[in-house]
Design a protein around this ligand. Structure first.
Ligand code: SAH
Length: 607
């Protein structure tokens, strides 16, 4: 189960929220901004609850049940997987499961109730009678038919007894009306339900399909092979492909279509499979030749699919099933945890954390962080990426060796891990994304090139700073790094001069540091040669972080002592202007700064 979001609206709920958080690894407290301090801040309750719900995140809301119902009501009509949703009295005196009966809401209600020493308000008859939800089998099992399941449970509630066919260890302690001679049966089996209305069929995910070649019909062929053996599609635990095919979109599509994880195994050289298929026979017509060739290809594919199954070293009880089309199938007696089969295709996500505050971290970046096994980055940013789940490995480095960090990330990812490389702001702006691509281009390691690579954007410091004061980057602008670590200073001077001449607004990253004490003054000298002393300047320090400061000044008054390496310097164009903010009369520096969207012909601003 995904860790729950524990939603609080005020400080009064925090103590109870902490007790719930302690029950679930990876759970986070989502707190209403400016009311309470949690792990994640949100500003609008209904929007936030809906977003969590849509993402399938279990919700424990410490507020009135009615509020939760009203917020989620618009989403309830549409079908789909429903995460558990509970309302909790902020003093912990009531636990009310609201939604997600089939995804374990009552299990959570019992767990939370036990921790808070409160009887949960469970209203589901089956749950009350049997102490479990028969329609929500544990991880590794899937219900054949929900509609049939509901009918079956109401039969039991009406007084029918049941027998259990097959292994259902989770039902051993459950208080079911049992009778070995009953007509009703709970059948735990990979075989498809035959339509018998007195049977509740639960499929253990105990079947593995392997294939050595991907093509458009692969998913269809796997379905055919399962059904030819009388096996239900829900019993499929994983699709396994050769490790050398990692990154092949055909396999990914097939696994997605089948709704199972895609795993990879090494099964020697598939060329050997050709020899196993036997030498070509003489053929007397073109058609026969083509048939024979495709037979051979298919035999070869089946042989290598079989070799893949062997490579997985499944349990001794696993049984090979007949399957054509270059597919091999194996069924075991118990569910198979797909994560233990071969290895996964590794994933590397380079993401931007934004300037620092949680609500400027995009949901996409948050999701990539949540699903990562490893977080790689400069120590400060790895810290900023938190709170992390227990088990997520931090690779915090203090060195500035970005290429080395990128290589390390590829090593981890190509071993099958899900790696998040973190940068502040946007990863493509003077940060890790380019370093990661540079490392990849320079590498002739095929494993690195098979890693699934994704870049997730973030809110860059220039944009975050600009938004705080208005819109100084509202017209053409450029972003410049004043660091001469990776480029000659002469290039920086030249770019500054041209940008100043072009009357672009400018955002300076890395404006100054102890190792580069004089560069900023020199840069300002160049800009001042072209731009008027009255030009607007914005200084944002630690924007979006605790201790944020903003200052507006002019090019003439700007001093390099007002700037440090945590500062963003925005120098306006000739058109950048300011006016007093209505909401800060009397406050010093209370001004909106913006650059109009239009521009006059003569190179200056209109008006
Ligand atoms: N990838 C980052 C930039 C990294 S370069 C981004 O897109 O924002 C580092 C420089 O960015 C710092 O020297 C500073 O100039 C600027 N910077 C980063 N975070 C900042 C923040 N929160 N407030 C002000 N400036 C910041």
């Amino acid at each position: 189960m995904m860790p729950p979001a524990i939603v609080v609206l005020g400080p009064g709920a925090l103590a109870t929220a902490q007790r719930v958080k302690a029950l679930y690894a990876g759970a986070q407290i989502h707190a209403l901004q400016e009311r309470a301090q949690g792990d994640v801040a949100f500003s609008a309750l209904s929007e936030h609850l809906r977003e969590l719900y849509r993402r399938g995140t279990p919700i424990v809301a410490l507020c009135a049940a009615g509020i939760v119902i009203r917020c989620l009501a618009p989403l309830l009509a549409s079908k789909g997987v429903e995460p558990p949703v509970l309302a909790l009295a902020e003093d912990g005196s009531a636990v009310v499961p609201l939604l997600g009966g089939l995804t374990g809401v009552n299990v959570m209600a019992r767990e939370i109730g036990a921790a808070l020493e409160t009887a949960p308000a469970i209203t589901t008859s089956g749950e009350l009678r049997f102490g479990t939800c028969l329609l929500n089998p544990p991880e590794g099992y899937a219900l054949a038919s929900l509609a049939q399941g509901k009918r079956f449970v109401s039969d039991l509630l009406a007084g029918e007894a049941t027998r259990i066919d097959g292994a259902a260890p989770w039902l051993e302690t459950v208080n079911l009306p049992r009778d070995p001679a009953a007509r009703h049966a709970i059948r735990v089996s990979p075989h498809a339900w035959d339509g018998n209305p007195e049977h509740l069929v639960i499929h253990p995910r105990s079947v593995v399909a392997t294939a050595s070649v991907a093509h458009a019909l692969l998913a269809e062929h796997v379905r055919e092979a399962l059904s030819a053996n009388g096996i239900a599609q829900e019993a499929l635990a994983a699709l396994v492909a050769p490790a050398a095919r990692m990154g092949d979109a055909g396999f990914e599509q097939a696994a997605r279509a089948l709704g199972v994880p895609l795993r990879f195994a090494d099964a020697g050289d598939p060329a050997n499979a050709a020899e196993m298929a036997g030498p070509a026979q003489a053929a007397d017509s073109a058609d026969a030749l083509r048939d024979q060739a495709s037979d051979q290809a298919s035999n070869r594919a089946s042989a290598s699919a079989g070799a893949l199954l062997d490579a997985l070293a499944l349990s001794a009880s696993a049984q090979r099933l007949a399957a054509g089309h270059g597919i091999a199938l194996s069924v075991a007696h118990e569910p198979i945890d797909a994560h233990t089969l071969g290895k996964a295709r590794g994933k590397l996500t380079v993401l931007g954390l934004g300037p620092g505050r949680a609500d400027l971290l995009t949901p996409m970046a948050r999701a990539a962080l949540d699903e990562a096994t490893d977080i790689v980055g400069y120590a400060t940013y790895v810290e900023m990426a938190g709170p992390l789940r227990p088990g997520q490995v931090r690779h915090a480095t203090d060195n500035r060796e970005e290429l080395q960090r990128a290589r390390h990330a590829f090593e981890l990812a190509s071993a099958g891990r899900r790696v998040a490389v973190v940068s502040s702001g946007d990863p493509g702006v003077f940060a890790m994304a380019a370093a990661v691509l540079e490392a990849l281009e320079a590498s002739d390691e095929p494993r690195w090139h098979r890693v699934e690579l994704e870049i997730v954007p973030g809110v860059s410091a220039a944009l975050a700073t600009a938004a705080r004061v208005g819109a100084p980057l509202g017209h053409d602008f450029c972003m410049l790094s004043l660091s001469d670590n990776l480029k000659p200073w002469s290039v920086i001077e030249k770019r500054l001069r041209h940008a100043a001449l072009a009357d672009l607004a400018m955002a300076f990253y890395n404006p100054i540091s102890r190792a580069r004490p004089w560069q900023l003054d020199r840069a300002l000298e160049i800009v001042r040669e072209v731009r008027a002393p009255g030009t607007r300047v914005v200084l944002g320090r630690d924007v979006g972080r605790p201790g944020e400061t903003l200052r507006t000044t002019t090019l003439g008054e700007l001093e390099s002592s007002q700037v440090d390496m945590r500062t963003m310097v925005i120098v306006g164009s000739s058109a950048t202007r300011g006016f007093a903010r209505g909401d800060s009369i009397g406050e010093k520096g209370g001004e909106w700064i913006y650059t109009p969207r239009w521009y006059a012909q003569d190179g200056g601003a209109k008006g």
